[in-house]
Design a protein around this ligand. Structure first.
Ligand code: ASP
Ligand code: MG
Length: 409
C-alpha cells in the first residue's frame, strides 16, 4: 500500500459528469490498495469569473477580500468531488487549505507556503477517508485566507505530497504529458516517458504551461516524483523525477515557446558603476519581474541595455524606466511588445558543442531574425518576432530530430 497524492485541474472537474469521472478514477486508485489524498482546482473558468465579478464591483478590490473570494472556487469543487465519492459508496471528506494545514506568508494573491501541518490529513486517512483538499489556498498565522498565485493548485499538491512523504504526486489535466514540443504546433511531437526536474523547470519557466514551475521546484527539493497525465484516458503520461536514463535519450529533450514577451531597450546609457542598480532596483521594488537582461560592451563609455518583461507588465515597466533613463542621461527608451521566446532544453547539452550553432543555423535558414539570446547550462533561448514562433518551433523540432523515438545507437 502506498500513499498517493493526486491533483485534478480545472478542466478535469469542469462539470458534474467530469467530477463523477474523477471520482471513479480516485476509487480505482483506492481499490488498488492505496491511501489517496486529492487536490482539486476550481471548476473550469471559475477563478477568472470570480475575478471579473470583483472587477464589476470595484476597480481596486482589496487583496485580502479578493483572496477570500477566489479561494471559494476550489472549496466548491472539493465538496462536489466528496459528494460524488460518497454517492458511489465511498468514505471521503473535504478540507479547505486551512484545515489541511497549508500555512503561508501574508502576501495575498501570491503567498508562499511556509510549512504544511498535515496532522489533520493524516488523521482522516487513518480513519479510512479519501481526503479531498481545496488547492491554491492557505492560511496565515493570523488565520487570514491567502491564495498561492494563478495555477497554484499544482504547488499545493506537490507540497502536500512532500509533507506526507507520499510515494508520488499524480497530476491530471487534459494533456497527456510532456511532449517534445506543443502538439498543437507540431503534430508529430512525441510524448516523453520521463524527464528530469531540471529540464522540466526550464521548460515550465520558458513557456510550457503543463505544470507550474513552483510545483516542480518543490518536487525536486523534496524528491517527490511527479506523474503528469490525462484524466480523460489511461495513457501512461510523463514521469518527472531525478534519475532519467541517460543513455536512451536525445540530447535536446523538448522545445518550449512563450508568447508573453515584451522588450525594453535603454539606448545610449552612460557606462559607469551603479547604473544597472539604479534601473533594476526600482523595477524590483515595483514588483516587476525582469527576465533576460543584455548589456552591450561599451564603446566610449556609452552602452545599450535591453531587458524583457511579461507583456502585462510592459506599461508599468516603461513608467518606471523612462524617468530613470532621463535622469541618468540615456538617449532614449524604446519598447516592443510583439516578441516571443523559443527555447531548446536538454541536460545532454551540457559539455557538448554544436547545439547553439544548430539552433542559430536552423533559424537563419528559415529567415528568422534573432533579437536576443540567453542560455543556461541546459537551455538555449532565442527571442524572435512573435509571428515566426510556429515556424521556429517546427523547424527546430525537425533539426534536433525530436520526431524520432530516441534509440541506443
Ligand atoms: N484555480 C486557480 C487558477 O485558475 C488555481 C489552479 O487552477 O491551480 O489559477
Ligand atoms: Mg484553473
Amino acid at each position: 500500500m502506498a500513499l498517493i497524492v493526486q491533483k485534478y485541474g480545472g478542466t478535469s472537474v469542469a462539470d458534474a459528469e467530469k467530477i463523477k469521472n474523477v471520482a471513479r478514477r480516485i476509487i480505482q486508485t483506492k481499490e488498488a490498495g492505496h491511501q489517496v489524498v486529492v487536490v482539486v482546482s476550481a471548476m473550469g473558468d471559475t477563478t477568472d469569473d470570480l475575478i471579473k465579478l470583483a472587477q464589476n464591483i470595484t476597480d481596486k478590490p482589496a487583496q485580502r477580500e479578493l483572496d477570500v473570494l477566489i479561494s471559494t472556487g476550489e472549496v466548491v469543487s472539493s465538496a462536489l468531488v466528496v459528494m460524488a465519492l460518497q454517492g458511489m459508496g465511498h468514505q471521503a471528506i473535504s478540507l479547505n487549505g486551512a484545515q489541511a494545514g497549508i500555512q503561508t506568508d501574508s502576501a495575498y494573491s501570491r503567498a508562499r507556503i511556509l510549512r504544511v501541518e498535515s496532522r489533520r490529513v493524516v488523521k482522516e486517512l487513518e480513519s479510512g477517508n479519501i481526503v479531498i483538499v481545496a488547492g491554491f489556498q492557505g492560511i496565515t498565522k493570523d488565520m487570514d485566507i491567502t491564495t498561492l498565485g494563478r495555477g497554484g493548485s499544482d504547488t499545493t499538491a506537490v507540497a502536500l505530497a512532500a509533507s506526507l512523504g507520499a510515494a508520488r504526486c499524480e497530476r491530471y489535466t487534459d494533456t497527456e504529458g510532456i511532449f517534445t514540443a506543443d502538439p498543437r504546433i507540431v503534430p508529430e511531437a512525441q510524448r516523453l516517458d520521463e524527464i528530469s526536474y531540471d529540464e522540466m523547470l526550464e521548460l515550465a519557466t520558458y513557456g510550457s504551461k503543463v505544470i507550474h514551475p513552483r510545483a516542480v521546484e518543490i518536487g525536486e527539493l523534496y524528491s517527490v516524483p511527479i506523474l503528469v497525465a490525462s484524466s480523460f484516458n489511461h495513457k501512461p503520461g510523463t514521469l518527472i523525477h531525478r534519475e532519467v536514463s541517460m543513455e536512451i535519450r536525445n540530447k535536446v529533450r523538448s522545445i518550449a515557446h512563450d508568447l508573453d514577451v515584451a522588450k525594453i531597450t535603454i539606448v545610449g546609457v552612460p557606462d559607469r558603476p551603479g547604473i544597472a542598480a539604479s534601473i533594476f532596483v526600482p523595477l524590483a521594488e515595483a514588483g516587476i519581474s525582469v527576465d533576460t537582461i543584455v548589456q552591450n560592451a561599451s564603446l566610449e563609455n556609452i552602452t545599450d541595455l535591453t531587458f524583457t518583461v511579461a507583456r502585462s507588465q510592459l506599461q508599468k515597466a516603461m513608467a518606471v524606466t523612462e524617468p530613470i533613463a532621463k535622469k541618468i542621461g540615456a538617449r532614449e527608451c524604446v519598447s516592443d511588445a510583439k516578441l516571443a521566446k523559443v527555447s531548446v532544453v536538454g541536460t545532454g547539452m551540457q559539455n557538448a558543442p554544436g547545439y547553439a550553432s544548430t539552433m542559430f543555423k536552423t533559424l537563419s535558414d528559415k529567415g528568422i531574425n534573432i533579437e536576443l539570446i540567453t542560455t543556461s547550462e541546459i537551455r538555449i533561448t532565442c527571442i524572435i518576432d512573435e509571428t515566426k514562433v510556429k515556424d521556429a518551433v517546427r523547424a527546430l523540432h525537425h533539426a534536433f530530430e525530436l520526431d524520432k523515438k530516441p534509440s541506443l545507437k
